[in-house]
Ligand binder design. Sequence first.
Ligand code: AHR
Length: 515
Amino acid sequence: MKRLITFLAGACLLATASLSAQDATIRVHDAGSGVTIPAEIYGQFSEHLGRCIYGGLWVGKDSSVPNVEGYRKDVFDALKALKIPVMRWPGGCFADDYHWMDGIGPQDKRGYLTNNSWGGTLEDNSFGTHEFLNLCEMLGIEPYISGNVGSGSVEEMAKWVEYMTSDAKTPMADLRRANGREKPWKVKYFGIGNEAWGCGGNMTPEYYSDLFRRYGTYLRNFGDNRLFKIASGASDYDYNWTRVLMKNLVGRGMHGISLHYYTVPGWRGSKGSATQFSDSDYYWLLSKTIEIEDVLRKHIEIMDELDPSGRVALLLDEWGTWFDVEPGTNPGHLYQQNTMRDAIIAALNFDIFHKYTRRLKMANIAQVVNVLQAMILTNDTQMVLTPTYHVFEMYNVHQDAEFLESEVMTPHIRTERKMAVPEVDATVSRKDGQMHLSLVNTDLKRAKKVLVTFDEAGIRSVVSARVLTSRDVRDHNDFDKPEVVKPAAFKDFKITKAGLEVTLPPCSVVALAAK
Ligand code: AHR
């Protein structure tokens, strides 16, 4: 592992001067940018996979687990505090096996199926359209529905939209009323398929483009409901997929195109453990996760070329870490633990996403409970909040805030991957008269003295300060020790003539609010 000093263009002199006294300098352009960070960057993803829905979000009204109309009360309350703007459902790969009519009506009359994508588990459809949309309504979440292109039909998808959103006298709206819901729900985001290049039908981009046009034609806007139709986009480095879809679908009803990028330490055959890794594994994975910046930039370049006026949004509707499942758990259920490493990864990703919101309008971490880089883990009646949950909570101040560009002058750590890891990283935004600074120290051993300077008025006082850190990067919260990693009050800062001086502990995320 090599360390190198990397300066941002145009800032070398300032960096040289300040780095003698500081480990890093952050110059904040607080005149303003006029760019708002879309709240939807903080989106979630909930799939019928493992214990995400059953045992995670939903236990049913008759469960001995305390619940609010069938939703786990502890999870429900924790999600409320997170201020989730949007949540995707029912998949993922499951979406292309899902037939929504099996999941409506009386619980004991619902159809069942084998979840062929995820461990062959029996799916009893007790959590369906009503249960998902009511949860969104109760938590103030915008629903994002993923429709079935792979094994469904145009008719089935068109009827689903009518069922959810029509207020008129139509067959599907009448069926909804008969099932106990008088008024339609508001549904904005609608995905036409998922991973159409893979589990969603193994299609070519040309073939999928035609299908998108056909399906999209019959997804109607009922009343004042306006659908935002999302095409099933590329995985990682598949730039050709984006290019073909943009060529075929701009101006043809596509409002958004998705992208999936997972942070997988897959270089040794297996994906590696979520909790047992070396320090160099940690830095390697950080350099892999920040490669997303390159990936975003390249997909955006193609979109800029084929849609210069920016009509089509990019939605990163699956992202996060993907490790081996916890020993002894179903390999198809993707249940993994979550350490301080996941927290740092979440923070670095947000810092990147915020820079691309001119085109990137949504991101949905995979997944909300018990699956992959989850916010929450449950076990019968117990629940723990993961380090990733805490980052989402500490960063949610940036939702709908004005993004303030900031130049971070910091040494970088090099691994054998292309992207060198910044030792210090940051996001700064402003909302309701307060400036919010999120600062990250990726260095596992050394605290970092950081000087934050401001171009304009700067700040007069810090009104709140919290830190997320732990003795060891492998630390995590488990059911016998649920609070190993949690935010704490932070005091290691002072306002000086030069700006704001902060000392970040090793491997930490710090959130400051200032006036
Ligand atoms: O999030 C798990 C799976 O990853 C999703 O079902 C699929 O879309 C992706 O491959």
